[in-house]
Ligand binder design. Structure first.
Ligand SMILES: Nc1nc(=O)c2c([nH]1)NC[C@@H]1CN(c3ccc(C(=O)N[C@@H](CCC(=O)O)C(=O)O)cc3)C=[N+]21
Length: 282
């Protein structure tokens, strides 16, 4: 039997409905969640993601600001803008779209964001709090994956989850959030010896390497749940890290690309911004 496809679009729409009613309540109390996005340069993919974020903000009734800066902007000016947004009471969330041009330090920029407005969950304070299980803004992509699993009734507890990829924004926090759900977690990556032998042990396989179609059917245990986090552009088309057709003949559940994890990422950004606005009530 071919795998059932988990629609990220549908799960995202469900969460957005929940958020919308929270936004209405907050706005009624005089707090409209506000999100500021900073976009540096003219990378077409980044512009397209930022458009998606703007669309979702408007749909949910947020106050939204997009700051489009030229690729040649100085680091000092970006830091000054962040400092201004840190002090702006209309703004509950600040997101600096990555990657940044080479002359601007991502580390400095991320650390300049007030951790209470760091809705990406990239600031070391949020990363550290997430790691030890204290309240924190959770990074949007791995948090979105957890939400997809839970809302599709996937039992995580005690299962062997294998995370393929070890980036700071997906692989590492993904492993930590799965561990917090009582999974048994293995992280593997491009240097792992005999990768298929490891990925075949996965009850839940998270593909987050950023290599188009590298996960093939022989790497997947029959009946596994496969979450494809890949966003690769091949000849202008968006494709995931999995060979969808062959893997879906082996897996029990699978996420598509597009229409899988991507819409969840944006939704969890909205979720964090609402959380931040709620905190400002107290
Ligand atoms: N500070 C920062 N935070 C991010 O969260 C961040 C970032 N920088 N830089 C780039 C990556 C990538 N990312 C995506 C978000 C949504 C889709 C998405 O919605 N994709 C749609 C398709 C969109 C399309 O076709 O272009 C889908 O998969 O269905 C994809 C990718 C967020 N990122």
């Amino acid at each position: 039997m071919p795998a059932q496809v988990i629609s990220g679009k549908e799960v995202a729409a469900q969460i957005r409905r929940e958020l919308k009613s929270e936004v209405e309540q907050l706005t009624g109390k005089g707090i409209q969640p506000g999100l500021a996005v900073i976009l540096v340069g003219d990378d077409p993919a980044s512009h397209s993601y930022v458009k998606g974020k703007e669309k979702a903000s408007i749909e949910l009734g947020f106050y939204s600001e997009i700051h489009r800066l030229e690729a040649s902007v100085s680091e000092e000016n970006v830091l000054a803008l962040i400092s201004k947004l840190n002090g702006d009471p209309k703004i509950h969330g600040i997101l600096v779209q990555l990657p940044l041009p080479g002359h601007i330090s991502e580390k400095k920029v991320i650390q300049a964001i007030n951790p209470d407005k760091d809705v990406d969950g990239f600031h070391p304070e949020n990363v550290g709090n997430m790691y030890i299980g204290l309240p924190a803004f959770l990074p949007c992509t791995p948090h979105g994956v957890i939400q997809m699993l839970k809302r599709s009734d996937v039992d995580i507890k005690g299962k062997h989850a294998v995370v393929l990829g070890r980036s700071n924004i997906v692989g590492k926090p993904m492993a930590q959030l799965l561990l917090a759900e009582d999974a048994t977690v293995t992280i593997c990556h491009s240097r792992t010896i005999d990768l298929p032998a490891i990925t075949r042990q996965a009850d839940i396989l998270i593909a987050a390497v950023g290599k188009a179609g590298m996960v093939t059917a022989d790497m997947v245990k029959p009946g596994a749940v496969v979450i494809d986090v890949g966003v690769n552009r091949v000849e202008g088309k968006l494709v995931g890290d999995c060979q969808f057709d062959e893997v879906s003949r082996v897996a029990s559940l699978i996420t598509p690309v597009p229409g899988g994890v991507g819409p969840m990422t944006i939704t969890m950004l909205m979720y964090n911004t609402v959380e931040s606005a709620k905190r400002s009530l107290n």
